[in-house]
Ligand binder design. Structure first.
Ligand code: GLU
Length: 411
């Protein structure tokens, strides 16, 4: 099931529970502004390739629109809208003063040279720069993009508008990026897991962790959990992966797969497993950290044997799989709570840029901890009070905040 459809179904369920009327639903569901652009790029062989790109601003009710830019072949309009919508609930739940947006270019960045990647970024930025601005819409990295891509975006925007570091977050630190932003999403995942573990009398130390995806979020989450004494027993990337019940050597795997960008399966130190077999590995924490829609009824939900699904990716669980997990007593900690650390530190980066006053790494992590734990506790308390799912409680808080902002603004 595609991400857009998952997010739409989740919204309908939550809107029913929150008792939103028809016009509130229309206002909160549809995008505020949706733009589709041609992205022409001169390739290394001299020909012009034309990609399709989108920037969708789902809501600006609570502040400038905020959300990453994804370079991925599946980043079509429906997917980008679903992800933009999730950003609205994520920023509202985290209580950072932003709305939600997302961008996407339908391209596989692995097929591009560095020069072509720069070309795609500059061309796309040029086409959407009218929509952007520190108080309008502030992009950030997402799947397939990174701090270097944000640096080119900053340069391209600044050529037109003067030097504007607050127009984009997730920049290299040398250009006004924040310390701690690179690992912020993973750090937030770990803080939520720690808060949940403390409430439930569980331990991170010695627990078994399985991670699907070893990009920015998966790799840093693995590293941070390993540092806290967890056993990361299975990891995959797009090409398969490894399993070792004693725990993988995460610092070396991090260097191999994340820093040197080599396939996880080529690392020595475990048994090879396929992407399908990963879901069958019994564990305490199962952490999808890649694409949406990967846990589904047809594919794998009945094979999953874990205590908690920690949704580090956006929309990894289809609504039916979600119900199956609930009926089996598996807790699903929802994406827009679990992975909010990225946008929370993006907010800190934006604030540092506007004030021209950089923070220390310790301050970033302290404030991230405070903010994401506060969101976690609100969801936990509402969930207990209403006897609802984690996701439903999180939605109730986010929808109510956005609806209130819309109402006060006269909509
Ligand atoms: N792409 C990240 C997300 O999905 C970060 C967005 C941001 O920092 O604006 O949450």
């Amino acid at each position: 099931m595609p991400t857009g459809a998952i997010v739409r179904t989740q919204f309908d369920t939550a809107a029913d529970l929150a008792g939103l009327d028809a016009s509130q639903r229309r206002l909160l569901q549809g995008p505020f502004r949706s733009v589709s652009v041609e992205v022409p790029v001169r390739m290394d062989d001299g020909r012009i390739e034309v990609y399709r790109g989108y920037r969708i601003q789902h809501s600006g009710a609570r502040g400038p629109c905020k959300g990453g830019i994804r370079f991925h072949p599946e980043a079509d309009e429906a997917e980008v809208l679903g992800l933009a919508t999730t950003m609205t609930w994520k920023t509202a739940l985290a209580d950072v003063p932003f709305g939600g947006a997302k961008g996407g270019v339908q391209v596989d960045p692995r097929t591009l040279s560095q020069r072509e990647l720069e070309g795609v970024t500059r061309s796309f930025t040029g086409r959407i720069s009218l929509m952007l601005g520190p108080y309008r819409d502030v992009p950030a990295p997402d799947m397939g993009t990174n701090p270097q891509v944000m640096a080119w975006l900053l340069d391209e925007y600044s050529k037109r508008n003067g030097y504007s570091p607050a127009v984009v977050t997730g920049k290299p630190v040398a250009l006004g990026g924040s310390l701690g932003r690179e690992e912020a999403t993973a750090q937030g995942v770990v803080y939520v897991m720690e808060a949940y573990a403390a409430d439930e009398g569980l331990a991170i130390e010695g627990s078994r962790v399985v991670i699907q995806g070893f990009g920015n979020v998966g790799a840093h989450t693995g590293r941070l959990l390993h540092e806290r004494g967890a056993r990361v027993i299975a990891v995959t990337d797009v090409d398969g992966g490894l399993h070792n019940d004693q725990g993988l050597d995460i610092p070396r795997l991090f260097a191999h797969a994340y820093q040197q960008r080599k396939p996880v399966a080529e690392f020595v130190g475990g048994d090879a497993i396929t992407n399908e077999a990963l879901w069958r590995v019994p564990c305490d924490w199962l952490i999808p950290a890649a694409l949406g829609g990967v846990i589904s009824k047809d594919r794998n939900v009945n094979d999953i044997e874990c205590g908690v699904v920690v949704e580090a990716a956006n929309a990894p669980t289809t609504p039916i799989a979600d119900k199956v997990l609930e009926s089996r007593g598996v807790t699903v900690l929802p994406d827009f709570l679990v992975n909010a650390g990225g946008v929370i530190v993006s907010y800190f980066e934006w604030a540092q840029n506007l004030q021209q006053h950089p923070w220390t790494f310790e301050r970033v992590n302290e404030e991230l901890h405070r903010k994401i734990t506060a969101a976690y506790r609100m969801v936990r308390d509402l969930r207990r009070e209403r006897k609802a799912q984690w996701r439903t409680a999180a939605y109730a808080i986010a929808l109510q905040r956005v609806a209130e902002a819309e109402r006060l603004r006269g909509h």
